[in-house]
Design a protein around this ligand. Structure first.
Ligand code: 5GP
Length: 184
């Protein structure tokens, strides 16, 4: 099993690249079936979702779609600040559109809860959520339960495949979970 060290923390490989590829395929198949006759607008949540989104978008079959980006921030280090900040606001008109938010991970659901309200306020016809990872036992906002989930996980802090640790390690090709903390 592969392990890495980042800033004194040890992480071990948890979800392999092969499993992630299967997860992406399954989510893409579901979305392809559900949005066959629609023209969805994918809203990719930067920075973390860019890896999942790139794979997901290319795995869609027969879906005429557009892609745009938004950048929000609610997380620093290993704990949530509880505040959502729009760092890169939405550039695209979402009025009357069927929007699919693409996230790396849904944890408390705060980000999705606020984003959904934002997009509905801008007149979206429908808003659904596709996420690579979901921590169901941490969900605090019921309306943030994702519609399309690559992999459900427990409460561990994870990195890789777009997920960072203070900005780094997004490039890891697997999902790693934290193993132990640095000695004080
Ligand atoms: P939520 O708003 O659902 O609590 O958190 C969503 C955001 O928090 C994610 O987009 C991600 O940036 C960050 N996040 C939540 N859990 C983790 C985790 O286990 N690892 C990393 N790297 N980021 C996380």
């Amino acid at each position: 099993m592969r392990t890495i060290e980042e800033q004194g923390y040890h992480f071990e490989e948890w979800i392999t690249p092969e499993q992630i590829a299967k997860d992406v395929k399954q989510v893409a198949e579901q979305i392809s079936a559900d949005y066959k006759d629609k023209e969805p607008l994918f809203v990719i949540v930067l920075n973390g979702a860019f890896v999942f989104a790139a794979d997901l978008i290319r795995a869609l079959k027969d879906v005429r779609c557009e892609v745009t980006f938004i950048r929000v921030s609610s997380y620093w280090g290993m704990s949530s600040t509880g505040q959502l900040e729009f760092i890169v606001p939405l550039q695209q008109v979402v009025d009357q559109r069927d929007v699919i938010i693409v996230e790396d991970i849904v944890d408390t659901g705060l980000t999705i809860h606020q984003l959904k309200a934002h997009l509905r306020g801008l007149g979206a016809n429908s808003v659904s959520v596709a996420t690579m990872l979901f921590k169901p036992t941490k969900l605090e906002y019921d309306d943030a339960r994702p519609d399309y989930v690559g992999h459900q996980i427990s409460e561990e802090f994870v990195i890789g495949c777009g997920l960072d640790f203070d900005g780094f390690v997004r490039n890891l090709d697997a999902i790693y979970k934290v193993k132990d903390q640095p000695a004080k």
